[in-house]
Design a protein around this ligand. Structure first.
Ligand code: PLP
Length: 371
């Protein structure tokens, strides 16, 4: 058994990635025009089951572009989960609109529809389900609320490429879906993002805003303020190669999750990812929660795990705990942020490494009296 350090995540870059990136480089099309951008957008739309996809510079700009395309402005409210990566709330705030923080379901870690319903006001313009750690949100319940009030759903699927809700891929379940291709994601382009939508007008407008909203008929004339949120052909070449292998990546993630389920001793006080019967998770992150933890004990556990050569990450901090969005704690989200952590999961992680992680986790939980 090797005792080498096990990181939380590693990208899987192979010969095909090298081949396509070098081809893009040799073609001279190194900026934001080129065949790989078109191929990546077409392939990703097909994969998600949407009519359109738009590749952008990262997941945060994808979110911002979606909100700008929706026309959010100061005074508007957008419901986001209190437990998410900060980009979800920040991208709302970039438009001048206000992120309104809803609680999460204790099993899926995604938006709790009852909490969302209670936060709807005449100013609510959108709901943003975040498919956290790869598990889809309860989209039927959220769609019902959105439809009843005539408001849009923008899916934050940054962590959930290939996840399914009742047999339908995320990214195709709202007005627009948003993805990230950061190095630790299910597929990567280094930095990169994507918008998916069935709405041709939405796609056209997002496409124009992505490129400084330049007039299609008059070069260097701009009818409104846009952005440079373009991706490069080099990044898209990497994306095309990664997309060819996404099924393999996802089945390996599911297999790794199965190994963890065999090796970590769970109970009603120690839990791994819970998956609803209507969901297929992308298992972006392996999630471990122990009811015996608080923030200090969870952090001490992670420290001890690191000393034994195993990396981990705490769950995200809640938005309501941060200076920009400070408010009274949101109960389920606040508790989860104290007791949750993520364990390593990446393509090359071996069966024996997961066994080693399981042994150390079981031992430390027992030592810390957290079982
Ligand atoms: C839920 C969520 N939304 C948005 C983002 C932003 O993506 P990016 O890091 O590509 O800007 C992330 C990213 O890491 C994320 O986890």
């Amino acid at each position: 058994m090797s005792d080498s350090f096990i990181p939380i995540s590693k990208p899987m870059i192979g010969p095909r990635e090298r081949e396509l990136v070098l081809d893009a480089l040799d073609s001279g099309w190194v900026s934001s025009i080129g065949k790989y951008i078109d191929a990546f957008e077409e392939g990703f739309a097909r994969y998600c089951g949407t009519r359109y996809a738009l590749a952008v510079s990262n997941g945060t700009t994808a979110l911002h572009l979606a909100f700008e395309t929706l026309g959010l402005k100061p005074g508007d409210e957008v419901i986001v989960p209190d437990l998410t990566f900060v980009a979800t709330a920040n991208a709302v705030a970039y438009t001048g609109a206000t992120p309104v923080l809803a609680d999460i379901d204790p099993e899926t870690l995604c938006l709790d529809p009852a909490s969302v319903r209670a936060l709807i006001t005449p100013r609510t313009r959108a709901i943003v389900p975040v498919h956290l750690y790869g598990h889809p949100a309860d989209m039927d319940a959220l769609t019902e609320i959105a439809d009843a009030h005539g408001i849009a759903i923008i899916e934050d699927a940054a962590e959930a490429h290939g996840a399914e809700y009742r047999g339908r891929r995320v990214g195709a379940l709202g007005k627009c879906g948003v993805f990230s291709f950061y190095g630790n994601k299910v597929i990567t382009t280094g930095e990169g993002g994507m918008l998916t939508t069935d709405d041709g007008d939405f796609w056209q407008r997002a496409r124009r805003l992505r490129d400084h909203a330049m007039s299609p008929t008059r070069r260097y004339f701009h009818e409104e303020r846009g952005f440079n949120y373009r991706i490069t052909n080099l990044q898209a070449a990497l994306g095309v190669a990664q997309l060819e292998r996404i099924d393999d990546f996802l089945s390996r993630r599911a297999e790794i999750m199965d190994w963890y389920r065999q090796d970590i001793r769970t109970s009603d006080r120690v839990r791994l990812n819970r998956v609803k019967n209507w969901a297929k998770s992308a298992y972006w992150m392996v999630c471990l929660e122990a009811d015996g933890f608080d923030t200090a004990r969870r952090d001490a556990f992670m420290q001890a795990l690191k000393a034994r050569g195993i990396d981990s990450r705490p769950y995200f901090c809640t938005m309501s705990s941060m200076p920009m969005y400070r408010q009274a704690p949101v109960p389920v989200a606040a508790r989860k942020a104290q007791i949750g952590l993520n364990l390593p999961s990446y393509y090359e992680l071996t069966r024996s490494e997961v066994r080693r992680i399981g042994t150390e986790v079981n031992d430390l939980l027992k030592t810390m009296d957290a079982v």
